[in-house]
Design a protein around this ligand. Structure first.
Ligand code: BGC
Length: 416
């Protein structure tokens, strides 16, 4: 008969608990950005349309987050609303986001504000987007406007969401706008994104300094995967190492070197089972196992559920000696008990990593509400809260209530 030992982990009292959204995925009617443009042109399969109508319903959504005992919330600002035409800023949009941030504060939710979450204004994308030499200047002008407006009420800024995921989908695979497939362009855009982050960091710090405000914490949200060799051959091991280095770590290492990272923002979902079919550069960069060797449970998009990888990713960041903030971790599924298992098992790994000395500021689940999952449309259900897309009614899921209890108590009991 096996013996189960029950452990209890107590999270720090000032730990942040919450959930995330991004503007384009939830707001609705975001007609001024490249995604909308591509959707209407038939270059993307699904149309975001009204999304979750969060632009109008944000108060109601924050009421629910508060009822679930969250004490923080991650959101993004839609650049194309703030700057609908080149150099022309919309005070209406800026005031809207001001109201949103104040509403978060009123609800006792610490705002974690992202400045770029995959979408760009149509004018910017038509000029050439992130491939342009001037792209960072355009972005920085927008950053200054937003930060000047929100500085007093925001302590946590995320400049760019998942630069590597954006590069991969938009410039390598050619699935997301601007649907390009070029290694050379990818390199150029990567350099521009890094520059945009570093200068945004400095601008944000400068604005807070000028207004004599407490120092804000600034970072990026970096998608990190566990790269696991399928068969532990030399080339699979080597490729896994290289991929972790370039996909997970390169961007943050460069930002740290430039003195432009206050914490490490981590988005963790799954693992990648590495299986090389040759020794070429492309094999090293892209090959994964397609032979169904994984026997792990999966989310509704077929991604492996692999909490062990969360632990190893967190441990791999210890050497940078910066606090970590989990900015996204979540599952899309039609089976809410699987969602709860996912959250629970990842919190266990988080607790184990923290107990072993990894410093983590908070855990933010993706996502607060079901939403528009980019090129996959509305069918993947990531939300703690279900959205009915005909009535826009919100319904709290059981998993959300269980997570809410942990947010309230700050304690996790688990058996091993
Ligand atoms: C992105 C989100 C996305 C989520 C699930 C992250 O890569 O930041 O926008 O919805 O993953 O795919």
């Amino acid at each position: 008969m096996g013996v189960i030992i029950i452990y209890m982990y107590e999270f720090p009292r000032d730990f942040f608990w919450g959930a995330a959204t991004s503007a384009y995925q939830v707001e609705g009617n975001n007609s001024l950005c490249d995604w909308w443009d591509y959707e209407l042109a038939g270059r993307l399969q699904y149309h975001s349309g009204l999304a979750c109508r969060h632009y109008e319903l944000y108060e109601e959504d924050f009421d629910l987050a508060k009822a679930l005992n969250h004490n923080c919330h991650r959101l993004s600002i839609e650049w194309s609303r703030v700057e609908p035409e080149e150099g022309k800023f919309s005070s209406e949009a800026i005031n809207h986001y001001k109201r949103v941030v104040l509403s978060l504060r009123k609800h006792g939710l610490e705002p974690v504000v992202t400045l770029h979450h995959f979408t760009n204004p149509i004018w910017f994308s038509r000029l050439g987007g992130w491939g342009l030499k001037k792209s960072t200047d355009y972005f920085l002008r927008y950053v200054s406007k937003v930060v000047e407006a929100l500085a007093g009420d925001v302590r946590f800024w995320v400049t760019i969401n998942e630069p590597m995921v954006y590069l991969y989908h938009s410039y390598l695979l050619g699935i997301w706008p601007p649907q390009e497939r070029s290694l050379a362009k990818t390199q150029k855009v990567k350099a521009n994104l890094l520059k945009a982050h570093i200068y945004s960091y400095r601008i944000i710090k400068g604005i807070y300094n000028k207004h004599n405000l407490d120092k804000p914490s600034v970072s990026i949200a970096q998608n990190m995967q566990a790269f696991v060799p399928c068969v532990p051959s030399l080339r699979n091991k080597l490729a896994s190492y290289i991929r972790a280095k370039s996909f997970n770590l390169e961007f943050i290492e460069k930002a740290i070197k430039a003195g432009a990272l206050d914490f490490i923002g981590v988005n963790y979902y799954s693992r990648s089972l590495v299986e090389l079919k040759g020794w070429g550069i492309k094999n090293f960069a892209m090959d994964i196992c397609e032979d169904g060797h994984s026997n792990l449970k999966k989310n509704s998009l077929g991604w492996d559920i692999y909490p062990e990888g969360f632990y190893s990713v967190l441990k791999s960041l210890e050497r940078y000696k910066l606090p970590i903030f989990i900015l996204e971790n979540g599952i899309c599924t039609g089976d809410d008990s699987l969602r709860w298992d996912f959250i629970h098992d990842h919190l266990v790994k988080l607790a184990e990593a923290m107990a072993s000395g990894v410093k983590v500021l908070g855990y933010i689940y993706w996502s607060l509400i079901d939403n528009y999952e980019w090129d996959k449309g509305f069918s993947p259900r990531f939300g703690l809260i279900e959205v009915d897309y005909t009535t826009y009614k919100r319904t709290i899921r059981e998993s959300a209530k269980k997570f809410g209890r942990i947010c309230l108590e700050g304690k996790l009991n688990y058996g091993v």
